[in-house]
Ligand binder design. Structure first.
Ligand SMILES: [Zn+2]
Length: 99
């Protein structure tokens, strides 16, 4: 018996045998390039990291770093019209209802 895994675009239902190809295809629906996606992930990580630092030690410097990271992320998401889009646990994009 052979197990065949396929990936499907959640927007147009196009099938792919390769996960990365399907992901690259879905990025086109969202309207960002792979490079913009990488930049987006860096900004999200930055929010997470600065939030942990702030929890560790809350002071003016850590609060300011966290606020800046959040601002940068929101600005990027608004510029690319991806505010309200995020990645779920399975690696699928989730779009908020109000998007
Ligand atoms: Zn598609």
């Amino acid at each position: 018996m052979k197990i065949i895994v396929k990936y499907q675009c959640q927007w147009c239902k196009k099938d792919y045998s390769d996960r990365n190809q399907c992901f690259a295809h879905e990025l086109k629906h969202i309207g960002i390039t792979k490079e913009e996606y990488e930049e987006w992930m860096v900004k999200q990580r930055n929010v997470r990291d600065t939030s942990f630092k702030q929890l560790d030690s809350s002071n003016e410097k850590t609060r300011k770093s966290f606020d800046n990271a959040v601002e940068e992320l929101i600005k990027f998401e608004e510029e690319h019209n991806i505010h309200g889009v995020h990645l779920g646990d399975t690696g699928s994009f989730i779009i908020d209802d109000n998007k």
